[in-house]
Write a protein that binds this ligand. Structure first.
Ligand SMILES: O=C(O)CCC(=O)c1ccccc1C(=O)O
Ligand SMILES: [Mg+2]
Length: 369
């Protein structure tokens, strides 16, 4: 494989409903679509999922543009690639900026799958025909609305409910949910809203039989999470803190968590996501696939990755229609009885809908060898 042309499309798509966490609210999603062309003319697609504000990680869609234009695309154009794993090595001298790296690495994986006549799921080593999915629900204005929203997604078949918590909207909130839904698979994501000073409060959550609590403490912490995990029964799941296989090794050795949320973009691509998956499998740490409110291309990659053997907990990869009036892929990702069927066709398994892509595109720029 050799990339000869890369086009960056900048899109803005309005979500059906705003998504609120302790970090902020998002409704209009600005993101990047990467269209990469190989020397044989095969086109691969990637998605740049960094948000407009550096609140979840330090990256933004603008830093992604800068990295792609000035470093990542120049480093890849014209390079002979034997396997998509080569991309991670080529990018190694460039520190962090994982979402920017993943955006173009995903396009190389798509090209590789097409050139080797297989689905992306099969190219990454997936073993499942269908994947079990859950849903992540943002903070709601009232408890009534939250209960109603949970009921709606349970009715749609979602297998696990994740709610956002923050100080002051935690114990009572979870108690209210448990009163309405005593036995559903339920978990809470704090997006780093707590410190060890809140340990008594976090211990109170042990009463509610949560599947796990996601990223309670600082976004870059492993040590305090290990201290916390020793004192609470609820399994700790790390999201923000895991940016690489190295972070994973340290977290597992320290006992910082019992579960890991893998997001392709957060760890710099599909290759590193796979290595984290494999390490966790060897160490009996279950993983699940997190989300970045992706449009169709990122969503398709999540479906493929989740077909790996150790994705044994439902992830956040919900149906396209949960987020978008119209997605940029055909067919859209659909959920039936809480499952997504992993596509078997060549490459991503979904076609990019050029008409939709152009409709939501606000600018584009092409780089050639
Ligand atoms: O539905 C999704 O794509 C995931 C939603 C979600 O929880 C989330 C959305 C934006 C930023 C961070 C997170 C998170 O997993 O912490
Ligand atoms: Mg999270």
């Amino acid at each position: 494989m050799k990339l000869v042309k890369v086009t960056i499309h900048e899109l803005v798509m309005r979500m059906k409903t705003p998504f609120t966490t302790g970090l902020g609210t998002m409704q209009d999603k600005r993101f990047l679509v990467i269209e990469a062309t190989d020397e044989s003319g095969v086109v691969g697609w990637g998605e740049g999922v960094a948000f407009e504000e550096p609140s979840y990680t330090e990256e933004t869609f603008k830093t992604s543009l800068h990295l792609l234009e000035d470093f990542l695309i120049p480093a890849l154009l014209g390079k002979e690639l034997k396997h998509p794993d080569d991309v991670y090595e080529i990018f190694r001298p460039i520190r962090r900026n994982n979402m920017a790296k993943a955006s173009i690495e995903g396009a190389v994986w798509d090209i590789y799958a097409q050139l080797t006549n297989q689905s992306l799921a099969s190219a990454v080593g997936g073993v499942r025909e269908k994947i079990e999915v859950g849903i992540s629900i943002g903070l709601q204005p009232t408890d009534e609305q939250l209960i109603q929203t949970i009921q709606q997604f349970l009715d749609e078949g979602y297998k696990r409910i994740k709610v956002k918590i923050k100080p002051g909207k935690d114990i009572e909130l979870i108690r209210t949910i448990r009163q309405a839904f005593p036995v559903i698979p339920l978990m809470a994501d704090a997006n780093s809203a707590y410190t060890l000073d809140d340990i008594d409060r976090l211990k109170e959550l042990d009463a509610f039989n949560l599947m796990m609590i996601e990223q309670p403490l600082a976004h870059d912490d492993l040590i305090d999470h290990a201290l916390l995990q020793k004192q609470i029964k609820t399994p700790v799941c790390l999201d923000e803190s895991i940016t690489s296989l190295e972070d994973t090794r340290k977290a597992v050795q320290l006992g910082s968590c019992r579960v890991i949320n893998i997001k392709i973009a957060r760890v710099g691509g599909i290759s590193e996501a796979k290595r984290i998956h494999d390490y966790c499998m060897e160490h009996n740490i279950p993983v699940w696939c997190g989300g970045m409110l992706e449009a169709g291309i990122g969503r398709a990659q999540n479906v493929a990755l989740t077909s790996l053997a150790n994705f044994i907990m439902p992830g956040d990869t919900a149906a396209s229609e949960r987020y978008w009036h119209e997605d940029i892929i055909q067919p859209e990702v659909t959920v039936t009885d809480g499952y997504i069927t992993v596509p078997k066709s060549k490459g991503l398994g979904y076609n990019v809908n050029r008409e939709a892509l152009n409709k939501y595109s606000v600018s584009k720029k092409t780089y050639r060898l």
